[in-house]
Design a protein around this ligand. Structure first.
Ligand code: URA
Length: 238
């Protein structure tokens, strides 16, 4: 499908639409090797070779990034008062339409996927698709050995909502690895609260079979490979 040249350049680079149009008028853009000065020229992103300042503009319909979310930023595209996860994107990874696929609380850290692909986010978040989310929860005291059974049975939250069965594995003194298939508001914290525990730290460490990259420092972001992306939907049926 053909697209306007200025729109295409702005969607594939960190130039705003206005700056992309200016770059075209300033003779910085070629299409199939020929200078193009029409901002509204129609180009086929799959077939036409577009270059900006002599460098090819590689066409990616959608982008998918892994972030190691730090504490203190909100999982939103904009906020009146708080810093958002989008504020952490380095200039070269920015483009229109990126949003966090799912939310982590402001004080939750770990694996967050950012994308501009709405269908992907819908598939990942839909309860019907059963994409597991795994968290490492630090509790205010050592968990009783009955905690895994309670998760397996399905925990009733304080408001009466009953969660689908989850998996809890006690990993050390005060830490429990929890896998759930839903994404209710504050779900992990509320599940532990229903059992009488307070979560003092929460980190998401896996989505489906995709692990948080341990080499990614808090606040860092990097593109996901195709293989990594496929891991999101790659998990044993539960
Ligand atoms: N459950 C929570 O309680 N908080 C999160 O951020 C994610 C899951």
């Amino acid at each position: 499908m053909k697209e306007r040249l200025d729109k295409l350049i702005s969607s594939q680079t960190n130039l705003s639409r206005k700056d992309a149009a200016r770059a075209i008028r300033d003779k910085r853009v070629t299409v199939n090797g020929a200078l193009c000065r029409a901002t509204d020229a129609k180009v086929d992103p799959d077939a036409d070779r577009i270059a900006l300042d002599g460098s090819p503009v590689t066409y990616r319909r959608y982008v998918y990034y892994m972030m190691n979310k730090p504490e203190g930023v909100v999982s939103a595209t904009e906020d009146q008062t708080e810093r958002t996860v989008l504020d952490l994107l380095p200039a070269e990874l920015r483009r229109d339409g990126i949003f966090p696929a799912g939310r982590l609380d402001k004080d939750t850290t770990g694996l967050l996927i950012l994308t501009d692909d709405g269908d992907f986010a819908h598939r990942m978040l839909s309860p019907k698709k059963h994409v597991d989310k795994t968290y490492l929860a630090t509790l205010d005291r050592a968990p009783d050995k009955s905690v895994p059974e309670a998760f397996a049975a399905g925990i009733a939250l304080a408001d009466g909502t009953v969660c689908k069965p989850g998996v809890a594995v006690i990993s050390d003194d005060c830490r429990v690895e929890v896998t759930i298939h839903e994404g209710k508001y504050h779900q992990v914290k509320r599940m532990f609260a229903a059992l009488g525990y307070r979560v003092t730290a929460l980190e998401r460490i896996r989505i489906g079979a995709l692990d948080l990259d341990p080499s990614l420092a808090k606040g860092e972001v990097r593109p996901l490979s195709k293989e990594e992306l496929a891991l999101v939907f790659d998990q044993p049926p539960c």
